[in-house]
Structures are given as C-alpha cells and as structure tokens.
Design a protein around this ligand. Structure first.
Ligand code: SF4
Length: 478
C-alpha cells in the first residue's frame, strides 16, 4: 500500500485472537493482512492458560514466522504486532509485543499509536529508580500497571490507561485474560469481530487495526472498540467497561486518505468509498481540460478512479509500480537521473506521449518525489501534467502515531500552492479542500469527528510530545 517514499510512514498494526486452538496462526495471518502498517518487525505473544510465550524478530511477517517459530507460541489466546517505529529506535529491543514479569504476573502488550505524555511519565519513573528495557512509549503502560494500587489486572490496566495521553489502540494478554483498549479520542482504529466456532464450540473473538485482517481468518466484523472502552476477554466471557468517558472525537482522517487498505472498514466507513468520494470531490473542486487521468500507484488509485468517473475522463495506468524493491539498491556508478523513483515507478510512454494528463496522488510531503515523477512523465512526452492531490496541503507534523518529518521539511508549511506547483514543475496543481475531505469521509459539518491536525496545525490534545520528532539528519531521504 505504502509507496514508501516521500510519504508519511505507516504506523503499526495490532491483532488479537481470543479462545481459538490456533490463536497464534490466526494472529500471523492477521498480521500478514496488516503488513502495510509496519514492515520493520513482527511479533506474537500467546497464553496457554499458564504461561505466556513470545516470539519476535526484525523483518516482514513472512520472514519472521514459519511453522517452527509459530510452534513456540502455543495457546488459545494471542496478540500480534507489526511495527514501523514512531517512538523509540527501530531495533529488536523495541519490537512488540513487549513481555514483562511484574508484581501482577506476566504481561505482554502491543500498541498502535503514540503517547504524548510518555517522555514526561518516563522521566518521573526513572527519577524514582525504574529501569526501562526499551525506548518504546508502550512500556510506560506496563510500569503504570505494575505501580497501580489496584489489585486486579483489569483494574490496574484501566487505572494505567487513565494516566496516559494521546493515541493508543492496544492489545494485551496475561495468563488468563486478553484485553483490547482504545484511547478516549479514538485516534487510531481498532475493530472487533467474531470467528464462528465449529459445531458445539464457542465463537472466537478477533480484534485488529483494520478489518482486512478479519477477511483472511474468516472473522465477521461486529463493531469498533469504542473510544475509552476496555474489552476484557476471559473465563467470565467478553466484558466491556469504560476506563474514561469518551472525549471529543479525533479519528485520524489520514487513515482514510492513505494508510488503511481500501478493503477495510475504518471508523465504520469503507475506505474504498471514502477514497473514491475524495476523487469525486476533487474533480468537482478542481476540474481541468485533459485527455486522461493517471494515478500514482498504489495509494492514488482509488481517488483517481473517483476523479475519472466524475470528470468523464478515461483512467489510464500511465505509471507502473515495481513491487519488489527492497530497502537498499546498488546504483550504477554513472548516476542515473531520478534513480530512486525510477526503481519504484516507471512511466508508460505509449499512454503518455502527447497527452494532457491529470496526475492524481494522495499527498505531497516534501515535494521531491512529485517533482521527479512530473519530470519523468515529461521526458516520456506528456503534453501537460495537472497534479491533483486528494487531501489538503500537509503543513504540520503528527504526534499521534504517524511518522512525519519536521514541520520545516513539509513543503506546504512554507510554500504557497503556486510555489509548490513551480517546484514540482506541473502545469497546474490543486489540493482537495479540508471541507471536501471531511465531506468525502461523511463527517458531521457541525462537529467534526476527525483529527485533521496535519492540515490545520491545531492539535486536539493539550500538549504534544516534541521528543517524538526525530532530528532532521535521521529523516530518510526521498
Ligand atoms: Fe492523522 Fe494527521 Fe491527526 Fe496524525 S495529525 S492523527 S496523521 S490526521
């Protein structure tokens, strides 16, 4: 899904299975469906009713797990995680689930999101002598559980969740229970489903960041875990409680723009539908006389489809993506212009030559990749290139679980639309309006339920965690 360059980076994916004889295997399959949300590490922790075992390693889900490694995590309930680092370095020690033995027993936890008060809490713990084994903000939750005065794990977890701020969709497993919780603003998605049991058997419960994970394991989507809700699965059955009252909603609208797969329901809404609506809306707001509509694959495809339908122009795949590009590639000593982009995308000369093109993409972060794509298409003879972006200009970094460059590296933070157009060398450039984006995501015009901070610079939490933003020199080049 991710095109992997000049984009906000995907966050993490979590999955959990309760009460199934092949819990770890289903987790593995669920993680496979969520691979687009994080490609750096993968892990599973499972309980066999007595103890918790975990296995995690750097790499893709299919690299990390096989019959042998899956056999190391037996049990009827399991949690899984696929990671792209947003907080903490990318190293095995930060891979999740994180497993600890504390005064309340053995606990494994996995988290998607970013805690905005993590640095502050960690400093306080460290001042009092606590020792952390990772750099991940998720570990804070374990320390809060250990130090809670509550005696039971569900109460201690609810107590811990009340003390953290920011974005979290998390799953946790103990010897006897499986938990799922979502922050009161509902930043990141978390869906709950059911796998029908074989005759005479109980249904199993499935929880995942995106519903596309359910399809692969035969789970039926039931509902989202609600903001502020803690779901507790155990011998008592499946129970729901609220650790905090739900706050003003701040569902991440960028999940619909870019992160999530079109075959998922996110915040109860089909991503295919919202993304197509973005394309319709974009064509209504910014029509242009042209011959063809070309998407930047893969994430620009659905919005381009909407643009083409609304404008009546034919959709043509004028850029072909190579899906098999690894992390590093050896460049020939004689430098090839735009080598990095050419490795991943190649223009189709026969479709572009002499044509006026509407080029649809889902976002512009630094602008350097868009500039190279426009240049490549021109060198193939495109007569005109009109760039249309299916979201507003990205002007501010995210503090809620999405890896973004600093503000000064975001081209739209310092340049006007006309200046960006000039920089990327397009004949025209338009972004979808914020109102248009909200309408495409079926938002309430009177009171938004979405976080749109990266387009407005206005944040829904009282404070943000500036420690999370990485120094400029560590931001990967386009
Ligand atoms: Fe999503 Fe942007 Fe809000 Fe981050 S700032 S949660 S990417 S909408």
């Amino acid at each position: 899904m991710s095109s992997g360059f000049d984009k906000f980076k995907d966050e993490c994916g979590v999955v959990a299975i309760y009460d199934h004889p092949e819990a770890a295997k289903l987790c593995y399959l669920g993680l496979h469906a969520l691979q687009h949300r994080g490609q750096e590490s993968a892990g599973i922790a499972a309980s066999d009713g007595n103890s918790i075992n975990a296995y995690k390693a750097m790499g893709l889900v299919s690299d990390v797990f096989n019959e042998e490694t899956l056999a190391r995590v037996p049990g009827r309930f399991a949690i899984g995680h696929t990671r792209y680092s947003t907080a903490g370095d990318s190293a095995l020690l930060n891979a999740q689930p994180i497993v600890v033995d504390c005064n309340k027993g053995r606990v494994a936890i996995a988290h998607n999101g970013n805690l905005v008060n993590a640095a502050d809490l960690r400093q306080r713990f460290e001042r009092n002598g606590s020792i952390f084994q990772t750099n991940a903000d998720t570990e804070i939750v374990l320390h809060l559980i250990a130090q809670s005065r509550e005696h039971t794990i569900p109460d201690a977890l609810a107590d811990a969740l009340r003390r953290i701020e920011g974005a979290f969709s998390l799953v946790m497993v103990t010897a006897n229970h499986l938990f799922a919780a979502r922050d009161p603003r509902g930043f990141r998605p978390l869906a709950l489903g059911r796998i029908p049991g074989a005759e005479g058997q109980r249904d199993a419960i499935a929880i995942a960041s995106e519903t596309c994970a359910f399809d692969l394991i035969g789970a039926r989507y039931e509902r989202d875990v609600k903001p502020g809700e803690l779901v507790v699965c155990g011998a008592e059955g499946v129970q729901s409680r609220y650790f905090a009252p739900s706050a003003q909603q701040a569902n991440c609208i960028f999940e619909h723009v870019y992160f999530s797969r079109p075959d998922s329901l996110i915040f109860g809404l089909s991503v295919q539908k919202s993304r197509e609506e973005m394309g319709y809306q974009l064509a209504r707001e910014s029509p242009v006389e042209a011959d063809i509509v070309v998407p930047v694959p893969d994430s620009g495809v659905t919005a381009a489809l909407g643009y083409a339908r609304q404008s009546g122009l034919p959709l043509q795949f004028g850029l072909i993506r190579n899906h098999y590009v690894g992390r590093t590639f050896i460049e020939p000593s004689q430098k090839v212009r735009d080598f990095g982009v050419k490795l991943k995308l190649n223009p189709v000369r026969e479709l572009l030559q002499g044509r006026k093109v509407v080029l649809v993409d889902d976002s512009i972060v630094r602008g350097t990749t868009s500039r190279k794509i426009v240049r490549m298409m021109r060198s193939c003879g495109a007569a005109e290139i009109h760039v249309r972006i299916s979201c507003p200009p990205t002007i501010a970094p995210c503090y809620y679980g999405v890896d973004t460059p600093e503000r000064r590296q975001l081209i739209a933070a310092s340049k006007t639309v006309e200046e960006i157009r000039e920089f990327i060398g397009a004949d025209s450039l338009s972004f979808l309006s914020l109102e248009g984006l909200r309408a495409a995501c079926f938002d309430d015009p009177a009171q938004t339920r979405y976080c749109t901070s990266c387009y407005t610079g206005k944040y829904p939490t009282d404070f943000v965690d500036l420690h999370r933003i990485r120094p400029a020199e560590t931001v990967p080049a386009d």
